[in-house]
Design a binder for this molecule. Structure first.
Ligand SMILES: Cc1cc2nc3c(=O)[nH]c(=O)nc-3n(C[C@H](O)[C@H](O)[C@H](O)COP(=O)(O)OP(=O)(O)OC[C@H]3O[C@@H](n4cnc5c(N)ncnc54)[C@H](O)[C@@H]3O)c2cc1C
Length: 362
């Protein structure tokens, strides 16, 4: 049994920040990452981020990841396990972990869950054909392994992820036959949409995928128009020949460990699915468990980093660690989060958070 003061599940931006800030206060941290690399989604982001300077706007996601990893590795009281998937959380506060192929147990005093999110899928006939991917898989193939996922592809979803990944496909030399969006308008930022449209990629708003065709792999996709009530309009079908279809239709929090730990959960569509109740310190209804990042509600890396800071400081503080600047750092982070969520684009996030954030101050 490995004992530690704080175990952190997930080494994306939220987990890395949580580790550095908890360790900065003096806590002994074990950071668990199921994959062979650190940085979470950021490691695949080759585009420059928006936002404010405080959250590294203007830098590429991959460079932000390297910066956060360097910072965490600078603390001798952080132990990092890669290829370490947290599989279960038990009533006595023990985590079971599959580490480098072996099953081990970890006994932390506090846990910060920063496991991120899983991609949503779409149901249509033949949606399991080889050649149909989630946007995360496409980014992993292209930006981590240097493999083009197809020669001619369709993107589903005109949110930021769909638009950005469509542009990255073009950069990788893949022909993008179009972007399909069920809503009557593009959901992502216009700057991303303008880039793909300038490259001649059509965006089919009010359209959906009716069916995929091909054997043994994807050969074409039939699209269909949707009416004002989102119902398919007969006679509007068009078949497009492609060898790849990329689904960028949203993310949902990876909340299994939180369910297992008995945290009170609520379905909040504005936050992407089931999320835990939490207070402003990001402590859940299980007082030994904190959350940060997409697992607490789908937002952006900027919010994930600041939430990581709040959760890291709060968990270490709960263990008795303090510095003279702690209160200032904590309040700065809370102000940063409020600022990030202030604009009209974040109205949905604010309404979602209001449903699951408790006023209790610890
Ligand atoms: C295409 C795309 C473009 C984006 N562009 C931007 C942008 O411009 N600006 C911006 O701010 N955000 C952007 N984002 C969003 C941003 O990447 C995410 O919001 C952010 O990465 C969430 O951070 P996280 O730490 O919560 O989760 P993640 O980055 O997903 O990290 C979670 C980590 O936990 C690990 N993990 C999961 N389960 C376990 C387990 N059981 N045991 C151990 N480890 C586990 C995962 O392997 C992963 O490394 C973009 C996302 C995508 C997909």
């Amino acid at each position: 049994m490995t004992e530690t003061e704080i175990a952190i599940v997930g080494a994306g931006p939220a987990g890395l920040m949580a580790a550095s800030y908890a360790a900065g206060l003096g806590a002994k941290v074990l950071l668990l990452e199921r994959s062979g690399y650190l940085g979470g989604q950021l490691i695949k982001q080759t585009h420059k981020f928006f936002g404010s300077k405080a959250e590294y706007a203007g830098e590429r996601g991959i460079d932000i990841a390297h910066r956060l990893v360097r910072k965490a590795k600078g603390y001798s009281n952080i132990t990092i396990w890669q290829n370490a998937a947290a599989l279960g959380y038990y009533a006595d506060g023990v985590l079971t972990v599959q580490h480098e192929g072996r099953f081990v147990t970890v006994k932390p005093r506090k846990v910060i869950i920063a496991a991120g999110a899983a991609e949503k899928s779409l149901s249509f006939p033949n949606n399991d054909l080889p050649g149909i991917y989630g946007a995360g898989a496409v980014q992993t193939l292209m930006n981590l392994y240097g493999v083009a996922p197809g020669k001619r592809m369709l993107m589903v979803g005109a949110g930021n992820i769909g638009l950005i990944v469509a542009y990255q496909l073009l950069q990788a030399g893949v022909e993008v036959a179009g972007i399909v969006e069920a809503a009557p308008q593009i959901g992502g930022y216009w700057v991303h949409a303008a880039k793909v449209q300038r490259a001649g990629v059509p965006i089919y708003t009010s359209h959906t995928v009716q069916c995929a065709h091909g054997y043994p792999a994807l050969a074409s996709v039939t699209l269909q128009q949707l009416d004002a009530k989102w119902q398919p309009v007969a006679g509007t079908e068009k078949e497009i020949a492609v060898d790849g279809l990329c689904l960028a239709v949203g993310l949902t929090p990876l909340a299994e460990l939180l369910w297992q730990a008995g945290c009170k959960m609520q379905y909040v569509p504005e936050l992407g699915g089931h999320v835990p109740w939490r207070n402003h310190n990001l402590m859940t209804t299980n007082r030994d468990i904190y959350v940060a990042g997409d697992v607490a509600g789908i937002e952006e890396a900027s919010a994930a980093m600041v939430e990581g800071k709040v959760a890291g400081l709060s968990a270490a503080f709960a263990l008795g660690y303090q510095t003279h600047s702690l209160a200032e750092e904590y309040h700065q982070a809370i102000e940063q989060l409020t600022g990030l969520r202030a604009g009209p684009v974040s109205a949905k996030i604010r309404s979602g958070l209001a449903k699951v954030t408790l006023e209790e101050v610890i």
